[in-house]
Design a protein around this ligand. Structure first.
Ligand code: COA
Ligand code: ZN
Length: 318
């Protein structure tokens, strides 16, 4: 059966968030030179959309004290869509200062999570968003996305009703936000939750560009991505190697691995423009230079083959 028979899209955009979501949970400061090397290797692999850093308070996340430097290195790569996370107006001013033209404003779907993450209630974050949109309004050609964290489940309050997500989306649309990303920050959604959430949002805002930000905490990442493909989503975040997590969401682990997503999509004949070997080489950089646990399945196979350790294809397995 082909992608055409299943009514799957012919092409998908993978937004690499490893340099932001991936690195924010790494306990030690990753040298700027390593980040830039990774950035350039991802670009060489064909990645053309990346969230490269976070313009947040260094007191909240110390990993991103070099945000300006990393953003500048990214902006030097021709044809790369460079975005950055911002939590507040100050974040926008910093992003604008280096020439970033795409920003994601992160707002948690629950007050409890949003307070833990950015020390604001949802309403206070929406008020910040209004200020950001006003500031951005004066700058032509800037794209603002709202990233709704814990859109499916919250580590503090459990299941998140669609109404809580809709409230943020409705206000974002009123304020002129260009797109919304639904984030399963703690990896609790099932494919049916994903379909219900996406179709619920679509019914209310049929023209709003939507993307999905999945974490693979309970092994649902690829299944959820496949479910989303069926309801027409064509933009997904992923982190190389499956790196990631949120320091403000207890128990949150890595993003769905870009290399696993790319392996699934290209294997099904869906174009991503990303070279799998190049992507795996990026995972190798993380493995060698950042020395963190990398849950990606595709990367484990690759590293097993590269070192001669293990038996990735299960040839000798019982
Ligand atoms: N960039 C750099 N510094 C910033 C900043 C930004 N975007 N926003 C605030 N600050 C600084 C302030 O200048 C202040 O510095 P000072 O103590 O030296 O005067 C300090 O941070 C505290 O500022 P305040 O406005 O009181 O913020 P806060 O302590 O209430 O924290 C946030 C709010 C949003 C700044 C902070 O919680 C944050 O950056 N969170 C990001 C969390 C995150 O990245 N989560 C993962 C992504 S989902
Ligand atoms: Zn995330």
């Amino acid at each position: 059966m082909s992608a055409l028979d299943l009514r799957l899209p012919k092409a998908v955009t993978l937004v690499e968030v490893g340099l932001r979501d991936g690195l924010q949970s790494v306990g030690h400061m990753v040298p700027t030179a390593t980040k830039v090397r990774l950035l350039q290797a991802l670009y060489a692999a064909g990645v053309r959309a990346m969230e490269v850093t976070s313009f947040v308070s260094p007191k909240a996340v110390s990993q991103f004290t070099d945000a300006e430097e990393v953003a500048r290195a990214a902006l030097a790569l021709p044809g790369l869509r460079v975005s950055a996370l911002i939590p507040n107006l100050r974040g926008w001013e910093r992003a604008r200062g280096v020439g970033v033209r795409e920003v994601t404003v992160v707002i948690g779907a629950t007050d409890r999570f949003n307070m833990a993450n950015v020390r604001m209630t949802v309403d206070q974050s929406l008020a910040q968003l209004a200020g950001i949109m006003e500031a951005v309004g004066a700058e032509p050609g800037v794209a603002v996305e709202v990233g709704i964290a814990v859109a499916f489940g919250c580590p503090y309050t459990g299941r998140v009703p669609l109404a809580a997500v809709r409230r943020i989306i409705d206000r974002s649309v009123e304020l002129g936000v260009g797109s919304v990303s639904l984030a399963d920050t703690i990896g609790v959604a099932t494919p049916l939750d994903v379909v219900a959430g996406l179709t619920g949002v679509r019914a209310a805002c049929p023209n709003l560009p939507l993307s999905l930000h999945l974490h693979d905490t309970r092994g649902m990442g690829l299944a959820n991505a496949l479910a989303a493909l069926h309801v027409g989503v064509t933009t997904f975040d992923g982190a190389v190697g499956g790196l990631g997590g949120c320091p403000f969401a207890p128990g949150a682990t890595g993003n769905v691995a870009t290399d696993d997503l790319n392996n699934m999509l290209t294997g099904m004949g869906i174009a991503t423009g990303i070279n799998q070997d190049g992507l795996l080489a990026c995972g190798g950089i993380l493995h060698d230079e950042v020395t963190v646990d990398l849950p990606s399945h595709a990367l484990r196979v690759f590293l097993g083959q590269a070192t001669g350790r293990g038996d990735p294809n299960g040839v000798n397995a019982g």
